[in-house]
Design a protein around this ligand. Structure first.
Ligand SMILES: Nc1ncnc2c1ncn2[C@@H]1O[C@H](COP(=O)(O)OP(=O)(O)O)[C@@H](O)[C@H]1O
Ligand SMILES: O=P(O)(O)OC[C@H](O)CO
Length: 499
């Protein structure tokens, strides 16, 4: 019997391949970062060829470290940065343009145009999503309008659209030699082209955004065999699961009951609450999305609070300001001071996502005086992620009527003790990190493993979840309230910057 499940986690910053055993333990990891391309202010691109090459490389790396053959791997699961949009040619395999990354704001004018006729929530009842630059539908519309020849090829079915899940599955299953063109429901739910009620591409949305249906992948469940890997890195292994990364983290955190929630602190920060088989359209600025759908079992829905910039702000301080060398240096720098010194950093680099949905917002540092040092700025940077999470939790509790008893956390920023303690303090709630920190990859492994019988059922998966660390709130209410009041004031200063 095969010993492991492989998960490919194609994130915003890097691509990883992780091998898991039956207890959900990490056996081996291969990881590689890719280039972030910023052609203009607000534009963010990735090179799909680089990501495909990195994917092959990280699979090989993960295998070499523990010298496993493909016979040792029962299945592979894919998880990915969501919304990031690629169009490529079926015959050549070449992308027509760099991938437009989820954070890219170039569709701002389209958003404004569509908003004029029906407001920001006009597509919410069908898609669960507000009008925003974030989702794939308008990014694809931009490509179709701006890349010569793409629309013609798309109408003939020669050009294919996909998010990174689709692009990788197509390449892994043979590419130009008959690659399989599919996506899963969770990824499809982020395009703003899928009808949340029917789980099919919505004809009205396709017509409104002028998207040729022939270029769209088939929508599948999150856990079933889509095809078999033909590339020599994993020959003959079935690809049996796919989930957008935030949905995968929900699964990896074993949040299988309605009301259970997780928050993933990566490039962005995404709080997702399982709401069961009931579809709820948010009234507080959250997204309605698919939690997961395992095979032919009923679909599970979720509410999501998406924050565009979290760890990305730490990267920005590292790469653009150069006041730290590596991301983890932000913590000792922030520890050089007692508090934020009155400074607040609102990282509205891609506008503001949940619960504000302000495409016109841009980043500000507020409350500066001559007293403020780089230590205070470091502190304000970390606090920004915690305050944004409080904004989202407040909306989530109002929307769902459920008070969070504790918050399950994961992602690269969870390594930051100061941030996690501050988060517990600002939420006045226990924050809990699980033993397996790579919940995103684990969730994709679970989806694939369930499809091929490596794990029998959800009970098998629940057993694997264990606590690694908890952070308890210790801050007094007056201090918490004063800090949050400052944040609420600062955030209004970011509004209306972009005309
Ligand atoms: N110790 C740390 N303190 C603060 N931020 C950190 C720390 N370690 C990593 N990060 C941030 O976490 C992010 C990487 O997390 P990860 O979960 O790997 O992201 P992604 O899946 O989005 O690629 C980066 O933006 C990085 O700046
Ligand atoms: O790559 P991450 O972990 O920052 O996640 C990106 C999200 O899926 C964007 O919606």
């Amino acid at each position: 019997m095969s010993k492991y499940i492989a998960a490919i986690d194609q994130g915003t910053t890097s691509t990883r391949c992780i091998l898991f055993d039956r207890q959900g333990n990490i056996v081996s990891v291969g990881q590689k970062e890719h280039e972030q391309i910023y052609p203009k202010p607000g534009w963010v691109e990735h090179n799909p060829d680089e990501i495909w090459k990195n994917t092959l490389e990280v699979i090989a790396l993960a295998r070499i470290k523990v010298s496993v053959t493909s016979a040792d791997i029962a299945a592979v699961g894919i998880t990915n940065q969501r919304e990031t949009t690629v169009a490529w040619n079926r015959r050549t395999g070449k992308a027509y343009h760099n991938a437009l990354v989820w954070q890219d704001t170039r569709t701002g004018d389209m958003v404004a145009q569509f908003e004029k006729d029906g407001g920001i929530d006009r597509f919410r009842p069908v898609t669960g999503l507000p009008l925003a630059t974030y989702f794939s539908g308008l990014k694809l519309r931009w490509l179709l309008q701006n890349v010569p020849g793409l629309r013609k090829d798309a109408e003939k079915g020669e050009a294919l659209f996909g998010n990174m899940d689709t692009f990788l599955i197509w390449n892994l299953t043979g590419g130009v030699k008959g690659g399989i063109h599919v996506t899963d429901v969770t990824n499809a739910s982020r395009t703003q082209l899928m009808n949340l009620h029917t789980l099919e591409w919505d004809e009205d949305m396709l017509r409104t955004f002028e998207i040729p249906r022939a270029m769209l992948p088939a929508i599948k469940s999150s856990s079933e065999v889509y095809g078999t890997v033909t590339s020599e890195v994993l020959p003959g292994v079935p690809i049996a699961g796919a989930l957008g990364d935030q949905h995968a983290a929900l699964v990896g955190q074993a949040c299988f009951e309605p009301g259970m929630a997780k928050n993933t602190y990566g490039t962005g920060c995404f709080l997702v609450m399982n709401t069961g088989s009931e579809l709820r359209i948010s009234e507080k600025g959250l997204l309605t999305t698919i939690a997961y759908k395992f095979g032919d079992q009923p679909v599970q829905y979720a509410l999501e609070g998406s924050i565009a910039i979290a760890g990305a702000l730490v990267q920005w301080v590292r790469d653009n300001l150069g006041i730290i060398e590596k991301s983890s240096d932000i913590e000792p720098l922030a520890q050089t001071v007692e508090d934020n010194g009155g400074a607040y950093f609102v990282p509205a680099f891609s506008g503001l996502y949940a619960p504000y949905w302000r495409n016109d917002a841009r980043g500000v540092i507020a409350g500066l005086t001559r007293y403020v040092t780089k230590g205070h700025i470091a502190r304000a940077v970390l606090e920004a992620t915690a305050y944004q999470t409080v904004d989202v939790v407040n909306a989530m509790e109002q929307d769902s009527g459920i008070k969070l008893a504790s918050l399950r956390v994961d992602g690269g920023m969870v390594a930051n003790q100061m941030l996690m303690q501050f988060q517990a303090d600002m939420l006045d709630t226990t924050v809990v990190a699980p033993a397996v920190a790579e919940t995103t990859a684990l969730g994709a492994a679970y989806a694939a493993g369930l499809a091929v019988g490596y794990w029998a059922d959800l009970a098998d998966l629940r057993k694997n979840w264990a606590v690694a660390q908890t952070w308890e709130p210790v801050m007094e209410s007056p201090q918490r309230d004063a800090l949050y009041k400052g944040w609420q004031k600062a955030i209004t200063k970011s509004f209306g910057w972009e005309e």
